[in-house]
Design a protein around this ligand. Structure first.
Ligand code: TEU
Ligand code: CA
Length: 551
């Protein structure tokens, strides 16, 4: 049931939910091949339930050549044997249901793998399937536009036997689907209905705001082409049709929105629009990009981070939209390494970042290992990397004259592999992830940093997360309260309030490694609900976070 409050913002039945994200290939291996799988997820359902999360978003495990670790799908209705069988999946659904956990699948509908039977038939010249993609006539030395692939190089690939180019915004083995073709949209609805019938309780839609391409392709002399295909003209029409016709409007649906805007995300997630439940936006995860370029080194601009978090909280609130709130996922470096101090104050800063996110208005997401402060991989050799985007950009950096060591330093900070090392379950062999050598090396610190050790610790990060998730369920001011920014005298602090029917929450985060003198009068009349230090003294300790409450 949804109700719209007087302030024009909405309270949703997902406001008390929390989602745990699993990157299946790195989560837990159950059959000793060094690759995470469905069996491994089943083994860890109680661990996830213990944190209190309500949904599990699993990254794609459908049949795939795995060039992009499953985001290149060759059959949407079958499970790649490396991840398990349909029987395993059915077992996962029933075990998750038994624990009150909803399974969310990851739908990659912007593109398919070039190994998909649709694309293979297109390559054979079958018109029906060529129209499933963007095939454009052309000469071998003249791509239709100058657009760039997000994974480097041109967004077009030439097919000599067809004398045509095809569009791929991502890897060359990920061909963009033509959503302007109603037959494509019908195929995608069938896929959603198939998994809904299997008992799936939600969906994440991969780069879904890129699917409405223009009817005419033109060069972009002001950028890389994204302005022509991002938040395209038919986006809202397509989403309403997909969600409505597939019968999933009551499910938790979240859209990954690349380079998007608040106005569009309001429309994507305001219940009145009958599109999605919520949106991921990424502007706050680009505050360490020099001039917008990911492949650079820069300390995060914390003022910019706060500004973006606040603007998205206020903007979506005023428009009746709903944010998925998060700091990391399988495409991002580890939050505690990026925004905290993973050496001197790893646990304190991991907890502070958790408070910063989990007390916001929206639905919070926990990425595997974030709940016990896993860090970046700290690789220093290109042979350790596996990610197609990272390997492509390593080559591009070297071609552009960047030294090998500088390129490795940039990868160490920015590569998606930082979030894809095996989950560190214990100090045992291969971090307890597998009895075989994992497909990617574990971070060397797994002997000290692992779930087993953290669970034994009095001041464990996991138990702190559990409290945060519990507070959201207990306090309506957290799940449904209005977000109100609080001006601070010291830019190293981030403060905000939440208000709801006479209740008030005050959140204070010291985002620095400095001890900051603090006049407790601001918290006069409040009681402290939670903090990441044993005592709350006169000053704010390095990375100290406090949650205050009053009625
Ligand atoms: O990510 C979209 C995307 O652009 C990310 O790769 C990320 O924003 C980028 O790496 C930042 O530089 C989605 C999936 O989450 C990602 O894993 C896939 O590789 C990608 O789409 C293609 O499906
Ligand atoms: Ca396995």
């Amino acid at each position: 049931m949804l109700c719209i409050s007087g302030k024009g913002y909405n309270m949703k039945n997902f406001s008390k939910s929390c989602v745990y994200q699993i990157y299946i290939k790195s989560f837990k291996d159950s059959n000793g091949d060094g690759i995470g799988d469905i069996g491994g997820i089943i083994e860890r359902l109680d661990y996830i339930k213990n944190i209190g999360t309500d949904y599990i978003w699993i990254t794609p495990f459908f049949r795939s050549p795995l060039n992009d670790n499953g985001y290149d799908i060759s059959d949407y209705m079958s499970i790649d044997p490396v991840f398990g069988s349909m029987r395993d999946f059915e077992r996962l659904i029933s075990e998750a249901d038994a624990r009150g956990i909803g399974i969310m699948l990851d739908m990659v509908f912007n593109h398919t793998s070039t190994e998909h039977e649709w694309f293979k038939k297109a390559l054979e010249g079958e018109k029906k399937y060529m129209d499933y993609y963007y095939f454009v006539d052309g000469e071998p030395d003249a791509p239709p536009t100058n657009w760039a692939s997000k994974f480097g190089g041109s967004a077009w690939e030439y097919v000599p036997q067809l004398k045509k180019w095809y569009l791929h915004l991502f890897d060359v083995t990920q061909a963009d689907l033509n959503w302007n073709n109603p037959e494509v949209r019908e195929e995608l609805k069938d896929i959603l209905r198939f998994w809904k019938d299997k008992g799936v309780k939600g969906f994440r839609f991969d780069v879904i705001n890129l699917v409405s391409k223009p009817d005419v392709f033109e060069n972009d002399f002001e950028g890389d082409g994204r302005r022509f295909y991002t938040d395209g003209a038919k986006m809202h029409e397509f989403l309403k049709e997909l969600i409505g016709d597939s019968g999933i409007s009551e499910m938790l649906t979240v859209g990954e929105m690349s380079s998007t805007s608040i106005d569009n995300c309001i429309r994507y997630s305001n219940p009145a629009e009958k599109e999605l439940s919520m949106c991921f936006s990424f502007h706050h995860l680009k505050v360490d990009y020099v001039n917008g370029d990911k492949w650079t080194l820069m300390k995060p601009d914390f003022n910019k981070l706060k500004e973006l978090l606040v603007s998205w909280q206020l903007g979506m609130q005023q428009g009746g939209g709903w944010n998925a709130v998060f700091l990391c996922n399988h495409d991002q470096p580890r939050a505690v390494s990026r925004f905290g101090d993973d050496r001197r104050y790893r646990c304190e800063s991991a907890k502070m970042l958790a408070v910063m996110i989990h007390m916001l208005r929206g639905t919070p997401y926990i990425y595997q290992g974030e709940e016990f402060g896993m860090t970046n991989a700290d690789f220093n050799d290109i042979s350790s990397y596996r990610d197609v985007e990272s390997l492509n950009y390593y080559k591009i950096m070297l071609e552009n004259g960047t030294s090998r060591q500088d390129a490795l330093n940039i990868l160490a900070a920015k590569s998606r592999d930082n979030g894809r090392t095996p989950v560190q379950w214990s100090s045992g062999e291969n971090a307890g992830f597998s009895s075989a050598e994992p497909w990617i090396s574990a971070a060397e610190n797994f002997k000290e940093i692992n779930a087993e050790a953290d669970l034994k610790s009095e001041s464990s990060v996991i138990n702190f997360y559990k409290k945060l998730v519990g507070l959201r369920k207990e306090y309506n001011v957290i799940s449904d309260g209005e977000f109100i920014p609080v001006g601070v005298p010291d830019s190293r602090l981030f403060m905000y309030k939440r208000q709801y029917q006479g209740e008030e929450l005050l959140v204070i985060c010291n985002m620095s490694g400095d001890e900051i003198s603090w006049n407790d009068s601001a918290a006069g009349g409040y009681t402290q609900l939670l903090g990441n230090y044993e005592h709350s003294g006169k000053s704010l300790m390095p990375y100290e976070a406090r949650v205050y409450y009053r009625k």
